[in-house]
Design a protein around this ligand. Structure first.
Ligand SMILES: [Zn+2]
Length: 361
């Protein structure tokens, strides 16, 4: 399988290929219209595909695109899996694939949704409030979120270097990327209320997972960690059985809990923690499968510039287009070696999960 052929040039193509591949496998497809429209007036939908199997006790859930532009990668992974199973037959467990969780961000090539919400900061639990920002974020607002179109002359790197010297990269990353609820046009904004994705999931996941006992959910992301490598990131407290599954199926080095001092940071409103807290199944294991692309300063620079262009630039202006094209590259590099490696490793992760699920009595 040529990895290169799995990556689509735009959201509409990716979605069509996903739906076609799922139907060719005989999977049930459901499509959910979402808010807004794409840059070419295309409809925006989240698609759910599930394979029909008798035994519903064990379920593999694969989701992608909650961070919009990362859907280029996630969609390619889902297509690779569907094609793999077309060749070798459906896996022995029930599968549920959700494609384009944030179709607006996918179509417009941005991380955030139609309300500028970072959906992976939006899943607050009951009792948590959509309010507040880390004090350092508030101090850096004018640097992170300039209220003007991007300009050729932008002393980003000089300022970033100075900030890293002052605060340290770990503290700075935590302050900037952990989520904020006070700057609606800023980067990493978690929203002022639950997004429309939440009721969509609340209404449908119980039906999709009806009769399930044990669910393994891999949510595919890019943009953190060394280029081409991957980690399973966990944003909730693992129980013993969850830790055992991760260790036995993927290896001790394969995963990282957000409290540890590795590539991750502690974020508010994470999707995984919410899925686990919802008790959609008696046993629910979630992991964010995170694949590295570019370094953190380069990624932040690109996110900041795209956000600036999206809010303050003209939609078809060359500077706006180039900021979005660059973000696409940052979260889904065109380098064919990177593409082959991440597809190979993603399929391996999923095959390990299927093997782990089916091996247990
Ligand atoms: Zn992501």
């Amino acid at each position: 399988m040529q990895a290169e052929n799995l990556f689509s040039p735009d959201y509409a193509t990716a979605r069509q290929r996903f739906c076609d591949a799922a139907e060719e496998l005989g999977w049930k497809l459901e499509s959910f219209p979402r808010e807004g429209s794409g840059p070419n007036d295309e409809l925006l939908l989240t698609d759910a595909a599930s394979c029909p199997v008798e035994d519903r006790a064990k379920v593999l859930v694969i989701t992608s695109g909650i961070h919009g532009v990362e859907g280029f990668f996630g969609s390619a992974v889902q297509l690779a899996l569907l094609r793999q199973w077309k060749q070798h037959g459906n896996p022995a467990v029930k599968c549920l694939f959700l494609h384009g969780l944030n179709p607006y961000g996918f179509a417009w090539r941005r991380r955030f949704d139609e309300n500028n919400v970072d959906l992976n900061r939006n899943f607050l639990l009951p009792g948590e409030v959509f309010d507040g920002a880390p004090p350092t974020y508030a101090r850096l607002d004018s640097f992170l979120n300039p209220q003007r179109p991007p300009s050729r002359w932008d002393p980003f790197l000089a300022k970033a270097t100075w900030l890293i010297t002052r605060y340290g990269i770990t503290a700075l990353r935590q302050a900037i990327a952990s989520g904020q609820y006070d700057f609606p046009k800023g980067v990493f904004f978690g929203g002022h209320q639950p997004s429309t994705l939440q009721p969509l999931l609340e209404q449908n996941v119980p039906t999709w997972l009806a009769g399930s006992q044990k669910v393994v959910h891999l949510d595919f992301h890019t943009g953190l960690g060394p280029k081409g490598t991957h980690k399973l990131l966990i944003d909730y407290s693992l129980s013993d059985w969850q830790r055992d599954c991760l260790t036995n199926w993927f290896g001790l080095e394969s995963f990282e809990e957000s409290q540890s001092s590795g590539i991750a940071y502690e974020a508010r409103g994470g999707f995984g923690r919410w899925c686990v807290e919802k008790n959609f199944a008696p046993m629910y294991l979630y992991a964010c499968a995170e694949f590295g692309t570019y370094g953190p300063v380069t990624v932040l620079k690109g996110l900041r510039r795209e956000n600036q262009a999206h809010h303050w630039g003209k939609p078809n202006n060359p500077a706006t287009r180039s900021a979005k094209e660059h973000l696409h590259e940052l979260f889904c590099p065109h380098d064919s070696k990177w593409r082959s490696r991440v597809i190979r490793d993603s399929c391996e992760l999923v095959n390990q999960a299927v093997a782990g699920l089916t091996a247990e009595a």
